[in-house]
Unconditional design. Structure first.
Ligand SMILES: *[C@@H]1O[C@H](CO)[C@@H](O)[C@H](O)[C@H]1NC(C)=O
Ligand SMILES: *[C@@H]1O[C@H](CO)[C@@H](O)[C@H](O)[C@H]1NC(C)=O
Ligand SMILES: [Mg+2]
Length: 260
């Protein structure tokens, strides 16, 4: 009821501001830039709206939700954190799907994995005071320093999906916006947490290009090279929704810490 009133008030304000109403105006379709926080009066609803890509392009976790995100990521409810349960549920569903598909003979049918917060977690970075569980703006320098430490832990349970896809004979391709310069440390970090091999590890060798464009163009290239994506696993909608060859099925790994 409250939300309906809120939406009505904002729609009325917009109508008042423009004598002629925009026939395409639809509050649900508004992008969230500059508006994040306006409608956030419940952090669980905020997280859900973000997960399903209704809230987009937000730059920081709303101030009133930082403690909520911290609990979501770190407090055990039962035997795991809520985040771990949420990731585990997606992984189980992806394994269910994997059980229904097989790689075509003589082809390069692929499972595509994003890297950061899909295979390797950046939670230790986001729990530092400077990052404040996503409550502070992204600091690329500090984040790269974290990657260079080479100590990122596993995203819980995604390794089971990776291993099953590999054992079934799918090509494994990892596609990341992390700089090509960091390849040695990234490879060592993957090995350290148990990812021993892959068919391609594509890191960003076009420094000026926005990551989502880079990923879309690399997926198009993969298609040209015969690497047809069957399953696509990523924690950002830009991993899953942009460009071609985005997978017969995509699986969104939860991420309440940032949107990119
Ligand atoms: C970003 O991180 C670097 C390296 O840790 C630090 O020196 C710098 O002050 C940070 N910038 C901001 C705006 O916090
Ligand atoms: C599969 O990938 C390999 C290695 O990149 C390539 O040589 C081969 O032509 C590809 N096969 C098909 C059917 O696209
Ligand atoms: Mg990611």
């Amino acid at each position: 009821m409250k939300l309906v009133i809120l939406l009505l008030i904002s729609a009325t304000a917009l109508l008042a501001a423009n004598a002629r109403p925009d026939p395409d105006f639809n509050p649900i379709r508004l992008r969230s830039e500059g508006r994040v926080g306006a409608f956030v009066n419940n952090c669980e609803s905020w997280r859900l709206a973000s997960e399903v890509n209704n809230f987009r392009s937000w730059k920081v976790v709303p101030e009133q939700c930082v403690d909520y995100v911290k609990s979501y990521m770190t407090v055990e409810v039962g035997i795991q954190t809520q985040y771990e349960y949420d990731v585990g549920t997606v992984v189980l569903e992806a394994i269910e799907y994997l059980n229904t598909v097989s790689p075509a003979k003589g082809k390069n049918d692929t499972w595509l994995f994003d890297l950061t917060d899909t295979l390797l977690s950046s939670l230790p970075y986001y729990s530092r005071p400077g990052a404040n569980y996503g409550g502070n703006p992204f600091n690329e320098t500090a984040f790269n320093e974290y990657i260079k430490e080479g100590n990122s832990p596993l995203v819980p349970n995604v390794n089971y999906l990776y291993k099953d896809a590999q054992e079934k004979g799918f090509k494994i391709v990892i596609l990341s916006g992390i700089s090509e310069d960091l390849r040695p440390v990234v490879e060592a970090n993957l090995n350290k947490v148990g990812f021993a091999k892959w068919d391609k590890l594509i890191l960003k060798y076009k420094p000026g290009m926005p990551t989502k464009d880079f990923k879309a163009s690399e997926r198009a290239q993969l298609k040209k090279d015969g690497f047809k994506v069957i399953g696509n696993v990523g924690d950002q909608w830009s991993d899953l929704l942009t460009g071609t060859n985005a997978g017969k099925r995509a699986f969104k790994i939860p991420n309440a810490l940032y949107y990119s």
